[in-house]
Each structure stands twice: as structure tokens, then as C-alpha cells.
Design a protein around this ligand. Structure first.
Ligand SMILES: *Cc1c(COP(=O)(O)O)cnc(C)c1O
Length: 454
């Protein structure tokens, strides 16, 4: 029998993360403050530990993974690389399809890869508490888990509508010892102001970020943690692609094309950047690997946004960053891949896309659920709605191979399982979900509100 799972021994957990900044054609642009000047390190130091800020700005190619972080990674890493042979059969494709299963982490997604590292650096800096926000709950649960591992108190501001609709994500965070408040809350000035304006405010990611940052900035024992977008988050996630490369050596195969879902861009970065390192160095045995970010048609920042300076949050609280954006006050419709509802894409991913070194596609919602169900039928795993975006793109590529007869090797990032998303599957099965492509006029309108720079 042929092997389908390529499992590395724990001694093979990578010892260094890969920093793509070392291989970019031009250095990454710094974030800017309200005055248009590079954001001041002092401002950032109020909410992030020095080690994280150094990683954010580093151009070193390899950054060591601290031993205590590797020891926690051992609880679920290396994650399996699996050949989706039954999916290949179902499609009748000559392509070979592989997925890297990040759903095996205790929180059920790739997000603990960075949450654990961030908790460690904060604990080392003498910080006792972390504040953060969560939309659908995946990031909050990852940070709650990581805080527990390093003895930090974690307070999560959870967007009110999810707090009410996803009670089990909240109980997960509480089981790992975190405090969870529906945002807007009475705990911060931002929250009290929002509630004074509208007592029924259902919250937004932007508001929850503002609450978490306000609290972290005001307390010396407290820092803030973010689950995507920033350079250090992309860095920590590269453990995914670095392991995948070792596993492809075991499989005696190599991908022609790599797909990952793209919200803020951390899971795409984590999978794709280590393969980009080979592309930048002339290719793997001279062969370039295509790297494709897959985003929802309803929140298409790379494929339909503008490469411009914009705020990281909806309220205009954070420094501005050069990225593909739909405008910080872009309101994505209530699509079911909650983790992909972000108005921009990570500056590093954006820069690579702008330089045409990576590709992007947008896929409609119904087709992603259709792909997720095909995956569940053939491979058994019920994928997170976010992951279904990468599965859709991988299936489409495999079907093109069927047309052309090319036996390509396809890799995608299975970023998480969908066990907390069964409500979304229910709505798909009952025909309540629809496709939504954002009207051009609405995108133009929100792009009018970009901050003016230079
Ligand atoms: C958060 C999330 C994503 C998208 O986030 P990125 O910042 O783009 O990585 C994708 N899949 C799952 C399961 C998630 O939880």
C-alpha cells in the first residue's frame, strides 16, 4: 500500500522561522503614523514586547525559534502532510493533490503557531496580561490556549454578534482560562462611547481592536496581540511551509502550485513564503513554484483592491500600512468564512503580489462550500469555511489538469477544521446561502476614504 501521510519525527520540528523580508526585491515599507512619518517605536512599545518589534522590522533571513516555543509546538507539530488520493479519484484527475492539515492544533486552526510565540515573548518581557480581539473566535481561542501555556491572563474582546451566535467558541476560551467580553463593552472608553451612541451596537472587528489596544496601552502589565497581517505573524506561520518542504522530500515529490486561503494573509504567508525562498534563489532544481492566495469574491482585497496606505483597523486607530485594501471602512457582507473578512492583506503578501511574484484568485461562496463537502465526502475531514476557499482553487486546478492531461502536483493549506461552523454548513444545505460579489461602486466609495499620504 502506498503511503498517504507524510509524518516527520518531532526532532524535525524546524529550529528557525524564515523571514521573507530578506529576499524581497526592495525592503518592506515601514508603517506610518498620523503625521505621515514612520511610526515611533515608543508608540508600538506600549503594546508590543521588544523581541516582537525587532522581528517586525528584521531583515535577517533565519530567526531562531525559542526552545520553549518548540516544546509547545510538540503538542501537535509537525502537522501531517496528506495526499488526498480519494479526492483525486473522485475528480478523475491525473494531478496529485496534497494538503497540510493545520486543523490538528488544539484550537483547530493554524493560529496557535503565532499565538504561542507571542505569549512566550510577552512572558519573557515580564508582561502578565494580554488583551486581544476576536471576530469569529478562532484567534481568541488560540490566544487563550497560548496564554494558558505560558501563565498569562488573557482578556478577549469578542465582536458582540459572534459572542451571541458562537457560544461554544466563547466557552472554549473560558475553558483555557481567558476572560471574554462582548464588544462594545463597558470596560473601555471606546466601548462606553459606542454604547452611548447605540446601546444595541452589534460590534465590529475594528471596535474590538480599539478596545483591546486602548486597554493594553493604558496598563504597564498588559500588552496586545494580533493574529494576522503583521510581519511577525507571517514569520511565525512559516513553520507550516518549512515542514511541508521536508515532508515533500519524504514523499519524493514537489508542488507545482500552492494554494492557501487569504484573509489577513498569515496562513498564505506561512505556507507560501518558504517556497518563495526557493523561487527567489532560482527555483527548486531550477523549477519555480506558483503561489496562489485565494480570497472570497465578497471581500476581494488583492484582486479588486488598491495598493495604498491604509489603517489596519476600521476606526483608524492603528498606524497606516502600504497594502492591498478595499478601504478600512469597507463592510464585508455577512459571509460564512468569518476569518477572511478583513479589508486589507498583509503588507508582505501585498508587496509580493504587487511585484507579480505571487498570484491571487477570488472564489464565490457557494462554490467553496461545494468544494468543502466534496472534500468531506472523499477525505473525511470537515474543513473550516475559510479552508474551503483553498480547496475550491485546488479542485479547479485539478480539473484543469484533467482537461489537459497534465499530472501536476498541487498543495493546499487546510488551515482548520469546521467543527464550530456547522451552522454555516446547515445554512448551505438548506439553500439559505448566496453568492455576493461586491459592486464596483461600493468599493470605489470606500476607497475614497483612504488616508492621504505624501
Ligand atoms: C483566521 C483563519 C484564516 C485566515 O486568516 P489569515 O490571516 O489569512 O491566515 C484561514 N483559515 C482559518 C481556519 C482561520 O481560522
Amino acid at each position: 500500500m502506498e503511503s498517504l501521510r507524510f509524518v516527520l519525527p518531532q526532532s524535525e520540528i524546524p529550529t528557525h522561522w524564515y523571514n521573507v523580508a530578506a529576499d524581497l526585491p526592495t525592503p518592506p515599507l515601514p508603517p506610518l503614523g498620523a503625521d505621515g512619518q514612520p511610526a515611533k517605536p515608543e508608540q508600538m512599545a506600549a503594546i508590543f514586547p521588544t523581541a516582537i518589534l525587532e522581528q517586525e522590522m528584521s531583515s535577517e533571513r533565519w530567526i531562531p525559534i525559542p526552545q520553549p516555543v518548540r516544546e509547545i509546538y510538540r503538542l501537535w507539530r509537525p502537522s501531517p502532510l496528506v495526499r488526498a488520493a480519494r479526492l483525486e479519484q473522485m475528480l478523475g484527475t491525473p494531478a496529485r493533490i496534497y494538503y497540510k492539515n493545520e486543523g490538528v492544533s488544539p484550537a483547530g486552526s493554524h493560529k496557535p503557531n503565532t499565538a504561542v510565540a507571542q505569549a512566550y515573548y510577552n512572558q519573557q518581557a515580564g508582561i502578565r496580561r494580554i488583551t486581544t480581539e476576536t471576530g469569529a473566535g478562532q484567534w481568541g481561542s488560540s490566544m487563550a490556549l497560548a496564554g494558558q501555556m505560558f501563565g498569562l491572563d488573557v482578556r478577549v474582546y469578542m465582536v458582540k454578534v459572534s459572542y451571541e451566535q458562537k457560544p461554544y467558541r466563547r466557552s472554549m476560551m473560558q475553558t483555557w482560562g481567558a476572560e471574554v467580553f462582548a464588544s462594545p463593552s463597558e470596560m473601555t472608553q471606546t466601548g462606553r462611547d459606542a454604547l452611548a451612541r447605540d446601546p444595541n451596537n452589534q460590534g465590529s472587528l475594528g471596535l474590538a481592536i480599539s478596545e483591546a489596544v486602548e486597554e493594553a496601552a493604558a496598563r504597564a502589565d498588559t500588552n496586545y496581540a494580533l493574529g494576522s497581517v503583521l510581519n511577525h505573524v507571517a514569520l511565525h506561520q512559516t513553520i507550516i511551509g518549512l515542514e511541508a518542504k521536508k515532508q515533500f522530500e519524504l514523499a519524493e515529490d514537489w508542488p507545482d502550485v500552492v494554494f492557501a486561503p487569504c484573509g489577513g494573509g498569515s496562513s498564505f504567508a506561512g505556507m507560501a513564503f518558504p517556497f518563495f525562498a526557493d523561487n527567489a534563489a532560482g527555483g527548486h532544481h531550477g523549477k519555480q513554484v506558483r503561489l496562489v492566495a485565494v480570497e472570497p469574491a465578497s471581500c476581494p482585497s488583492l484582486t479588486r483592491g488598491k495598493y495604498a496606505y491604509d489603517f489596519g483597523d476600521a476606526s483608524g486607530f492603528t498606524p497606516i500600512m502600504k497594502m492591498y485594501t478595499l478601504g478600512h471602512d469597507f463592510m464585508p457582507p455577512g459571509i460564512h468564512a468569518g476569518g477572511l473578512r478583513y479589508h486589507g492583506a498583509s503588507p508582505l503578501v501585498s508587496q509580493l503580489y504587487h511585484e507579480k511574484l505571487i498570484e491571487a484568485v477570488a472564489v464565490p461562496q457557494l462554490a467553496t462550500f461545494e468544494a468543502g463537502v466534496m472534500f468531506a465526502h472523499s477525505e473525511g475531514i470537515i474543513p473550516a469555511p475559510e479552508s474551503c476557499h483553498a480547496i475550491r482553487a485546488a479542485i479547479d486546478e485539478a480539473l484543469r489538469c484533467k482537461e489537459s492531461g497534465e499530472p501536476k502536483t498541487i498543495l493546499f493549506n487546510l488551515t482548520g477544521h469546521g467543527h464550530f461552523d456547522m451552522g454555516s454548513y446547515d445554512r448551505y444545505f438548506s439553500g439559505e446561502l448566496e453568492d455576493f460579489s461586491y459592486p464596483e461602486a461600493a468599493i470605489e466609495k470606500s476607497l475614497k476614504c483612504l488616508p492621504q499620504v505624501g
